[in-house]
Design a protein around this ligand. Structure first.
Ligand code: ADP
Ligand code: MG
Length: 294
């Protein structure tokens, strides 16, 4: 590839809203056949809102929301922000001691003298707190509506669930269609519940077979590696929340400019506006730039 043509590609990228780490990056995109899309903050806006709080029989929904909101104030996860903001509308939040973030699973800490845990049901189960059937049914129902459920427990019991809504970006479905138009296979990757993942996939047009859900942050890297081991050349698009290692491992990492600094550092390309269609532009641009060169 001639340096001049690559420089032209880089300049055109900037006009489109794509920051390219180095001209050589364009060459890596040529053989990409699979595009892994992180769900939260990539296919969706990641600007979440707390929509429902359900308490187990005999528990108070206000307690569920207050203790969960207080604990999540120390977390930077988009889910945490939604839960904290939702709880603050109700009451002032108490302080937290001994806060622990369990990456991709949830948070633990002490609030008002209680040992509180908030996160995936599997995190609570780890601590010996299992969701009663009534809460499990609430969680399944919310997941079928594409909403994310977070379990809340303290002092040995699962006490409630909070439900958080995210928005699918208007542009995501079109981006998925355009990726297919370029002969690329879109895959949805998420730590969220499989029902939520399938609901989002159906809306944006990703095949059910190409949905990988309920993965831990470290497993996101394994998914990228196993695609590569099967001969695929993998682009990964993410916002850096629990997916930075996978972005770095992909043959081509694309960071949402609206995401974290970690994402931008781990990636080859940054999509300035956080619009998934620009990922398609980036792949098109690199193909065009390289065909000019060849
Ligand atoms: P995604 O892959 O969709 O970007 P993450 O890997 O960041 O999602 O998180 C996966 C799941 O882990 C969430 O759906 C949630 O159940 C749980 N989780 C992670 N962090 C938190 C947190 N701070 N509070 C509650 N739940 C959390
Ligand atoms: Mg994410």
């Amino acid at each position: 590839a001639t340096p001049t043509a690559l420089m032209v590609g880089t300049g055109r990228g900037a006009q489109l809203g794509i920051l390219i780490k180095g001209p050589e990056v364009l060459e890596q995109t040529r053989r990409v056949d699979t595009v892994v899309l992180d769900k939260t903050g990539t296919v969706t806006t990641g600007q979440m809102t707390l929509t429902e709080t359900h308490a187990a029989t005999g528990e108070d929904a206000d307690d569920v929301r207050r203790l969960a909101g207080a604990l999540e104030a120390a977390s930077e996860h988009p889910l945490a922000r939604a839960i904290t903001d939702g709880a603050r509308q109700l009451t002032d939040l108490p302080s937290v001691d001994n806060f622990v973030n369990v990456e991709g699973l949830g948070v633990r800490g002490e609030v008002e003298g209680h040992r509180v845990v908030v996160g995936r049901p599997s995190l609570l189960a780890n601590d010996g707190l299992s969701l009663p059937d009534e809460l499990r049914a609430r969680a399944d129902d919310a997941a079928d509506r594409g909403l994310t459920t977070v379990a809340v427990g303290w002092d040995g019991w699962a006490r409630g669930v909070v439900v958080v809504a995210d928005q699918i970006k208007d542009t995501s479905a079109q981006a998925v269609r355009e990726l297919r138009g370029l002969g690329l296979r879109p895959v949805l990757l998420t730590g969220d519940h499989h029902r939520v993942a399938h609901s989002v996939a159906a809306v944006v047009g990703i095949h059910g077979d190409d949905v990988v859900a309920e993965v831990l942050p470290a497993e996101k890297v394994d998914i990228v590696e196993s695609l590569q081991a099967n001969g695929h050349v993998v682009a990964m698009v993410g916002d850096g929340v629990n997916d930075a290692a996978a972005l770095a491992r992909a043959d081509l990492g694309l960071a949402m400019g609206t995401g974290t600094d970690v994402a931008i550092q781990a990636s080859d390309l940054t999509l300035v506006r956080g619009d998934l269609r620009v990922a398609v532009d980036a792949i098109r641009l690199s193909r065009r730039t390289l065909s000019v060169i060849r």
